[in-house]
Design a protein around this ligand. Structure first.
Ligand SMILES: *Cc1c(COP(=O)(O)O)cnc(C)c1O
Length: 381
């Protein structure tokens, strides 16, 4: 077995376990207390004190003026795109290497994703490739930018902070501003990650987060939209609550709305988890440092690290192997020996639903897909 030393090392970091998952949640604080309190209050569904408290905590964390809780991260992204004005037939610039939810949320509207390349260092959307794409295909007009290849409006740009590593979001924001393209950050993986001291998700018109069970902290299921724009925040809240016009008893609705509100029961869990976020991130950064020391001595394997302007949450630690064959050997040896590891997501443009979408110069995405493996990254007790 080629990777025995690595497997033994990972097992030594998570002792007394037959199987080491990639990322498991930890409930070390007020989780049971707050959830029991939500039950006792009878407010377990889409209205309740914990939903409000959760939104306030997200505002404090990200520095955004407004936060809107949603039922999951995918619905947060869907709503952010809708309130940003993305319509059927529009195009949305994103990255080829991302989790499927990014491309799905764009598709729910009937808009088409365009898959651009990622940056070798940040693993997120490449600012250089975004700029090059817009110079080649972007056509500035009165109401924004169109894609000269298709004639469709480019209605938004959605970069993703891959595995919690912040992308070069200040440059991406500047490019989007120059081309008058609304910027929505998919920060689902980067809760607790900062770029130049500013929380990820706070650079664009809106940012979205996920509180799924495998993320840095969890609500069981949940999501959030953050923004400084009061009108957009109000509209997002309205649309996620069936677009009901407030009234003491009448049922009037002024849009096709969604049942996308986070239940109070989940918000109770999320509040308790957010209280521990800073400690979890410190714990995860220590684990990354431990991995870094170990893999600096292992030939043919490199650990992905945060850039100089970034403070990453190290949600999932990522290794780069020398080629696809080495990657497959590593995946096979670890997974058959009780150490869960996963490859990067299959590139979006290769999936049958998206094969007709434009993708452009995605060589770094392909290079990373061939080599990347995520390794166990849970908070250590
Ligand atoms: C987890 C995730 C989402 C979706 O979040 P859910 O809460 O699972 O709906 C969206 N985008 C990215 C990049 C993610 O990793």
């Amino acid at each position: 077995m080629t990777n025995k030393k690595t497997i033994d090392f990972i097992k030594s970091l998570f002792p007394n376990k037959d199987f080491i998952p990639l990322h498991e949640p930890r409930f070390l604080g007020n989780e049971k207390k707050y959830v029991a309190d939500a039950i006792d209050s009878t407010f377990v569904s889409s209205v309740g004190a914990y939903v409000n408290k959760f939104e306030e905590m997200m505002q404090d964390l990200t520095g955004a003026k407004y936060a809107v809780a949603t039922v999951n991260g995918t619905s947060a992204l869907h709503m952010a795109l809708v309130v940003a004005g993305v319509k059927q037939g529009d195009e949305v610039l994103s990255q080829d290497l991302t989790f499927i939810a990014t491309a799905n949320a764009i598709s729910y509207i009937g808009a088409k994703p365009v898959f651009l390349d990622i940056d070798r260092k940040t693993l997120g959307l490449s600012a250089d490739k975004l700029e090059a794409f817009l110079q080649e295909y972007g056509q500035k007009g009165a109401d924004g930018t169109t894609n000269s290849r298709t004639g469709n409006r480019i209605a938004a740009c959605v970069p993703m902070h891959t595995y919690g590593f912040p992308c070069e979001i200040d440059r991406i924001a500047a490019i989007c501003a120059e081309w008058n393209i609304p910027l929505i950050e998919d920060a689902a993986e980067s809760l607790g990650s900062y770029y130049k001291g500013i929380h990820t998700g706070a650079f664009g018109l809106m940012g979205t987060f996920s509180f799924n069970g495998n993320k840095t902290v969890t609500a069981g299921g949940g999501g959030a939209i953050v923004t400084d724009n009061e009108e957009l925040a109000k509209f997002a809240k309205h649309l996620t609550t069936q677009a009901k016009v407030p009234h003491a008893w009448e049922f009037n609705h002024d849009h096709i709305g969604y049942n996308y509100r986070m239940p109070n029961l989940n918000a109770a869990l999320a509040c308790a988890q957010l209280e521990q976020l800073a400690a979890y991130v410190e714990n995860k950064r220590e684990l990354a440092e431990t991995y870094k020391q170990f893999f600096s001595e292992v030939e043919g394997i490199t650990l992905c690290e945060e850039g100089k302007d970034a403070k990453a949450n190290y949600w999932l630690n990522a290794l780069l192997l020398e080629n696809r064959e080495e990657r497959d050997t590593f995946l096979s040896e670890t997974n058959s020996n009780g150490v869960m590891t996963r490859p990067a997501w299959t590139l979006m443009h290769k999936l049958p639903m998206f094969e007709n979408c434009q993708h452009h110069n995605i060589e770094v995405s392909q290079w990373v897909e061939d080599r990347l493996v995520n390794i166990p990254s849970s908070v250590r007790l």
